[in-house]
Design a protein around this ligand. Structure first.
Ligand code: AMP
Length: 468
């Protein structure tokens, strides 16, 4: 099946072909025609599956006829984060280049004045995060009564971030006979309830999760002592096959610290985390996309759904606390036919978290490529002998005090949350460590096949490259 079989206009087919795509992905095959026909839709799909184009393409054709009026957007796309909103906007630009549709982005962290001016001119496509949209609605700057098309994207992420009440409130402000599309990687009960309440006889399309379906991702795990993590990361990033890498950390503070250290050590590195201003995050993304930097250190919320093609490596500097995040993280590599490598640095304290991931993905991470790093990575300080890095020491005292501190009483000023959408994002990133740490500890002893000082399989090529 080609794009031409889906019922899209010639202009749109030309834009798709300009983008270099000739075959629709499964979600595109399933979603585009029903959306063109005005049906409601539930898409169980996550980023990396081509889901954005599955709603952007038909929307462009649906909206091609008709005109917008001041302050009355004709369609609305709700996104959980500013980055995702910005990426959907990029998709509209890419595929809508032969159409004359107006588009506005309503996201936190940027001046409201320009957004209000754009709304007053009339917009065909409004892409918004829920907080900023409701804010402008309550100020009387926007009317939703002519909004006949609604997309709720990344619904499960919205749930994680506490946005469901906002979404319900927004749905109630839209015309009842609108067309609604809901996309979610999973369908937990609150999302099912939301769909039952606000969608009308939807067509349901489910596509395989990239982590289980995507054979293009070579998943590896490296057992490492906490204090040797940075050193190991630098060895990995120095590998000559590493063209571009996203390095994921569980905490914003780790993103900040690690970025400084890598920069100090000569890497071309940038960061993206929830405390950064919107314009700074976008600037950093642009630098990465332009090749000015080739390593991006990121936190989960800030990086969710990043649409960056050709990322050769994903490195989990921390094992994610939520197994779902692992799936999302490694989905940044090996996308749309390209192959990629995902490397997870795991300490002994991460054993339960790794188990949870393997249960979810039904895949044993890196059966072949495990390494005991103490023999490869030199200790950072002289005092940190391999003995001092022994399992018992590393488990019990490295992370625990820090995690307790983040619980509230000793919270650092720089980690305090800010109001609005930013607060939801910040809280999400800050809140998880407590519950997750409780689950992740105490650590299990290492499995016998990765006992100290032994390689459990062939030495992965990325470990043998030292010099940059
Ligand atoms: P998404 O799931 O929307 O985040 O898209 C994942 C990536 O796949 C993006 O980089 C898209 O530009 C790309 N993409 C979308 N549709 C196709 C297609 N039909 N063929 C190849 N790549 C695509």
């Amino acid at each position: 099946m080609s794009f031409a079989d889906l019922g899209l206009s010639d202009e749109l087919l030309r834009a798709v072909s300009d983008a270099g795509y000739d075959t629709p992905t499964p979600i595109q095959k399933g979603a585009i025609t029903p959306v063109l026909m005005g049906k409601d839709l539930i898409g169980i799909a996550q980023t990396g599956t081509g889901k954005t184009a599955s709603f952007v393409l038909p929307m462009i054709d649906v909206l091609a006829e008709g005109r917008s009026r001041a302050r009355m957007p004709r369609s609305l796309i709700l996104e959980p984060t500013r980055e995702l909103a910005a990426q959907v906007a990029e998709n509209f630009e890419k595929y809508g280049k032969y159409h004359n549709l107006s588009m506005t982005l309503l996201i936190g962290g940027v001046q409201m004045g320009d957004q209000v001016k754009a709304l007053e001119k009339g917009v065909d496509v409004l892409i918004a995060t829920p907080g900023r949209l409701l804010d402008l609605f309550e100020r009387g700057k926007i009317l939703l009564t002519a909004c006949d098309l609604l997309v709720i994207d990344e619904a499960d992420r919205m749930l994680d971030m506490g946005f469901i009440p906002d979404i319900e409130s927004i749905c109630q402000k839209l015309p009842k006979n609108r067309q609604t599309m809901l996309f979610s990687a999973t369908m937990p009960p609150p999302i099912k309830k939301l769909a039952d309440r606000f969608l009308n006889d939807p067509k349901m399309i489910e596509v395989a999760r990239p982590a289980t379906a995507n054979k293009n991702i070579d998943q590896q795990i490296v057992q490492v002592a906490p204090r040797a993590k940075q050193k190991m990361l630098e060895e990995i990033l120095s590998g000559k096959e590493v063209e571009t890498a996203i390095v994921f950390c569980n905490k914003k503070v780790t993103v900040r610290d690690l970025t400084s250290k890598l920069r100090r050590d000569g890497f071309r590195v940038g960061q993206i985390q929830g405390d950064m201003e919107q314009k700074d995050r976008i600037a950093e993304l642009d630098r990465f996309k332009a090749g000015e930097i080739n390593i991006l250190v990121a936190s989960d919320v800030a990086a969710r759904g990043l649409d960056i093609k050709g990322v050769s490596h994903v490195v989990n500097y921390d094992v994610p606390w939520q197994p779902d995040d692992y799936v999302h993280r490694i989905g940044r590599t090996g996308r749309a036919g390209a192959s990629g490598i995902a490397i997870t640095l795991a300490t002994r304290a991460d054993a339960d978290a790794v188990d949870a991931i393997e249960k979810l993905t039904k895949h044993k991470i890196g059966g072949k490529a495990k390494a005991e790093p103490e023999t490869k990575a030199e200790p950072e300080k002289k005092a940190e002998t391999p003995k001092a890095e022994s399992p018992r020491v590393e488990n019990s005292d490295e992370d625990k005090p820090k995690r307790r501190r983040r619980g509230g009483r000793g919270r650092k000023k720089s980690d305090e949350v800010t109001p609005g959408v930013e607060a939801a994002e910040a809280a999400y990133e800050d809140d998880r460590p407590d519950t997750a740490a409780a689950k992740a500890l105490p650590a299990k002893p290492l499995a016998p096949e990765v006992a100290e000082g032994e390689w459990s399989g062939p030495v992965p090529s990325f470990l043998s490259v030292g010099a940059r």
